[in-house]
Design a protein around this ligand. Structure first.
Ligand SMILES: O=P(O)(O)OC[C@H]1O[C@H](OP(=O)(O)OP(=O)(O)O)[C@H](O)[C@@H]1O
Ligand SMILES: Nc1nc2[nH]cnc2c(=O)[nH]1
Ligand SMILES: [Mg+2]
Length: 160
């Protein structure tokens, strides 16, 4: 994937919590719901918030990794869930970008409902429910990927 992600969009814990709860509201009519499957690692926190709101206590994981920071490589599937064809299950991830992860997981669990908090245009058609769309050239910075640090005043940026 060579698409540049030159804009950064930092998301705070509060914003993430609010958006994950908004996702839960959109999913609240889903029936029946046997359990939630989190796509690790990014889907873990959103899945916990959604499962809490929907009163679901059975949570499984698909463990899959394809990015080394902003560089996308081959998807590495480390663990699959025990959820048959996915019928009655809700899959939760933090975002869809190119849709590569979503495509792999959908093929694994074709009957499951796929939900993300954020969606970029290329991955959007692969998601059943999402909350916020961001442009393809944006890189979302999640609260677990950042730490507080000095911020250069905007006027000085790129000068030293
Ligand atoms: O639509 P795609 O282009 O496949 O990108 C989306 C996926 O990329 C990120 O996961 P990543 O593989 O970086 O692993 P992580 O969740 O452990 O950070 C993100 O959490 C999604 O799962
Ligand atoms: N944190 C983060 N991971 C990603 N994986 C694919 N796209 C993104 C993104 O915009 N932000
Ligand atoms: Mg992920």
């Amino acid at each position: 994937m060579s698409e540049p992600r030159n804009k950064e969009y930092p998301v705070s814990w509060e914003e993430l919590h609010r958006n994950a709860r908004a996702l839960a509201w959109r999913l609240s009519e889903l029936q029946p719901l046997d359990g939630v499957i989190a796509i690790t690692r990014g889907g873990l926190v959103p899945a916990a918030i959604v499962a809490r709101e929907l009163e679901v206590r059975l949570i499984d994981t698909v463990c899959i990794a394809s990015y080394d920071h902003k560089t996308q490589g081959e998807a590495n599937i480390l663990k699959k869930p025990e959820a048959g064809d996915g019928s009655g299950w809700l899959i939760v991830d933090d975002l869809v970008d190119t849709g590569k992860t979503a495509k792999i997981v959908r093929e694994m669990l074709p009957k499951a409902h796929f939900a993300t908090v954020y969606a970029k245009p290329a991955g959007r058609p692969l998601v059943d429910t999402f909350v916020t769309e961001v442009s393809q050239d944006t890189w979302i910075l999640f609260p677990w990927d950042v730490e507080l640090a000095y911020a250069e005043p905007i006027r000085n940026r790129g000068k030293r």
